[in-house]
Every structure is written in C-alpha cells, then in structure tokens.
Ligand binder design. Structure first.
Ligand SMILES: Nc1nc2c([nH]c(=O)n2[C@@H]2O[C@H](COP(=O)(O)OP(=O)(O)OP(=O)(O)O)[C@@H](O)[C@H]2O)c(=O)[nH]1
Length: 135
C-alpha cells in the first residue's frame, strides 16, 4: 500500500482546486487533487505541505482532515490521505500538472477523476466527515 497525501484546496469563494495529470504521467490527463507519496519518516501533514510547494509553488495551511480511503488499482494499491487546505502564500505555478481549475463543489462529481479520488470527493462533500484542524 502506497501512502499518498492530497490537498483539497479551497479559496475564499468556496471553490475547490482540481488539477489534471499531464500526458506523460501515469493515469494521463485524469483529474486529481495535488499531492504525492509520503517519504519515510515524514508526517502526512509535512508531506502535503512539501508536495504542494513542489507541484504548485504555493504554501498551504491545513484546515481539516478527511478520512483516508484505500483503493486497489490493477497493479498497485494506495491509501489516499486528504486534507482540506487554503493557500497562505504564493501564486499557483504548475510544475507538473497539465492544467488546473477552481470548481464549484457541486460540479466535482462530474470530473474525470483518477478512480481512487471518487470516494474522497464523496467524503469531502459531506461536512460531517471533516475533522477541523484550524479555524
Ligand atoms: N497526488 C495524487 N496522486 C493520486 C491521486 N489519486 C491517485 O490515484 N493518485 C495516485 O497516487 C500516486 C501518487 O504519487 P505521486 O503523485 O507522488 O507520483 P507520480 O505522479 O510521480 O506517479 P508515478 O509514481 O506513477 O510516476 C500516483 O500513482 C497517482 O496516480 C490524487 O488525488 N493525488
């Protein structure tokens, strides 16, 4: 099982940042939440902040945790560990992804997601599943 942290970044208007994997990545052009694999000895929170800086060149603050969900792809399994975040410094500059979009929460389920993300979107859409970390 690969531990992967991902960021559900929300802006002041309540829109959610969705990123598109590039044509050269695995699962090309699928939509995902930015993030990546935890390194040995790294906490999920530190992983998330590092990955978002590497991928989007912004600094985020974690607002809430969403339950992790596992997903079994044909050749590997991942545990997706999502956090709701907001940007506290910087402007988005895509370093790896093909594109990004700010979406209304009600439109999220219409995206062509990496399959592991679909349960995460459902968890996000139910606020009862959010564990607040910072107001
Ligand atoms: N960052 C991120 N990765 C996801 C999501 N959903 C999902 O299935 N994944 C998968 O989890 C792994 C994340 O690893 P990564 O982002 O550090 O790795 P990577 O793109 O270099 O992938 P690679 O190891 O296939 O080259 C990838 O296999 C990716 O396809 C998601 O929402 N965000």
């Amino acid at each position: 099982m690969i531990d992967v942290c991902c960021a559900i970044i929300v802006n002041e208007a309540g829109l959610v940042l969705v990123t598109q994997r590039s044509a050269t990545m695995s699962m090309p052009l699928k939509m995902e939440f930015p993030g990546g694999k935890m390194e040995p000895g790294e906490s999920p929170e530190d992983c998330l902040i590092r990955e978002i800086k590497e991928e989007l060149d912004v600094e985020v603050e974690i607002v809430a945790a969403i339950p992790a969900s596992s997903y079994h792809y044909p050749t590997f399994s991942i545990l997706l560990i999502p956090f709701v975040c907001r940007i506290v410094a910087g402007e988005i500059l895509l370093k790896e992804h093909a594109a990004y979009a700010w979406m209304e929460p009600s439109d999220l389920l219409n995206c062509d997601w990496a399959e592991a993300d679909i349960p995460v979107v459902h968890e996000y859409l139910n606020p009862a599943n959010h564990t607040s970390i910072k107001e």
